[in-house]
Design a protein around this ligand. Structure first.
Ligand code: PXG
Length: 304
């Protein structure tokens, strides 16, 4: 495997950054997690737009154009033969001094890892998943806007650990007002009486790319959509629930905090949305074309 760092490719063992990089010292940086399906980098442009917005929010100026990053991403997949997989795109504040101030960080670094992905077992999609609400609230807009996909994921990691301590792989996180924000690494949806609900962005979820795709799909299917405030009561009493994320895709949720959701089986609308999602992922995004053929050296004139 070869990893892209600041314009060059390195074998996995040599793909290293400085211990003085503020991405490591302070979690000062931003990232994206992107999927590749049948040579299609799903919604790459939307991911790069979010990366730019995250960087802007933390006053990190990206010295690369969107197209430069896109080309490096495509090349990372090509070099590693990734037709289906996962791309981790990381931008760090760069090498600086000890001390919080980024003013001595001369230049940001960009890292692109294109790898295969370990998926949830197929039963997760057919049987659904159980969630539990955890005590750690999602970071508030006032502290660090949760829309920033920053390298500091401790808020989400603590929530994940709290879930795992009780045997749950994914969890519900509330915002500081007690409304549902999202899961530790996924967005959250509820279906009730045929209407699809998801926490509005002001309620504190990440502005998920998969979330946006699901809202588009629902509108196309004629399902009414509402981005709003949701309580745990709304989730417990829903007909269907599911979560969404680039890694998870669309996972039915069949139990929350010990309450069985709907029939206890993945719901009908969830199934329809998942089916439509699977038909989109190989088509909407940046296609990894075969490397441009090297120009064959001009044939030597044959001796007569
Ligand atoms: N909320 C949070 C906090 C996330 O980290 C999502 C929602 C879903 O967003 P997207 O844009 O992916 O639909 C995320 C994304 C991983 C992994 O390695 C995590 C995510 C995505 C891909 C891989 O665990 N989280």
């Amino acid at each position: 495997m070869e990893v892209y760092i600041d314009g060059k490719f390195y074998p996995k063992e040599d793909a290293k950054i400085s211990v003085f990089d503020h991405g490591l010292l302070y979690g000062d940086g931003v990232f994206e997690g992107i999927r590749v399906y049948d040579n299609c980098i799903f919604r790459l442009d939307e991911h790069l737009e979010r990366l730019e917005d995250s960087a802007k929010a933390i006053l990190l100026r990206l010295p690369w154009t969107r197209e430069e990053i896109a080309l490096a991403t495509v090349e990372s997949c090509r070099r590693n033969g990734i037709r289906n997989g996962y791309i981790r795109l990381v931008v760090t504040r760069g090498v600086g001094d000890l001390g919080l101030s980024p003013s001595n960080c001369k230049a940001p670094s960009i890292i692109i890892i294109a790898d295969t992905i370990k998926l949830y077992p197929p039963e997760t999609y057919t049987n659904g998943m159980k969630l539990i609400t955890v005590p750690t609230p999602r970071t508030s807009h006032a502290a660090l806007p949760p829309a920033v996909k920053s390298l500091n994921y401790l808020n989400n990691i603590l929530a994940k650990i709290e879930g795992q301590l009780h045997g749950y792989n994914e969890v519900l996180m509330l915002n500081d007002q007690g409304y549902i924000a999202e899961c530790s690494a996924d967005n959250f949806f509820v279906v009730r009486k045929g209407v699809l609900y998801t926490p509005a962005v002001h309620a504190g979820p990440l502005r998920g790319i998969t979330r946006a795709v699901v809202l588009e799909i629902a509108a196309k299917l004629g399902v009414t959509v509402s981005e709003t405030n949701l309580t745990r009561y709304d989730a417990w009493t829903a007909d269907e629930c599911f979560l969404t994320g680039s890694g998870a895709e669309i996972v039915p949720v069949i139990e929350i905090d010990g309450r069985v959701i709907g029939t206890g089986k993945p719901g009908e609308i969830t199934g329809k949305i998942l089916k439509s999602f699977r038909s989109k992922v190989t088509k909407e995004g940046r296609i990894i074309e075969a490397a441009p053929a090297k120009k064959a050296p001009a044939a030597k004139a044959r001796k007569k």
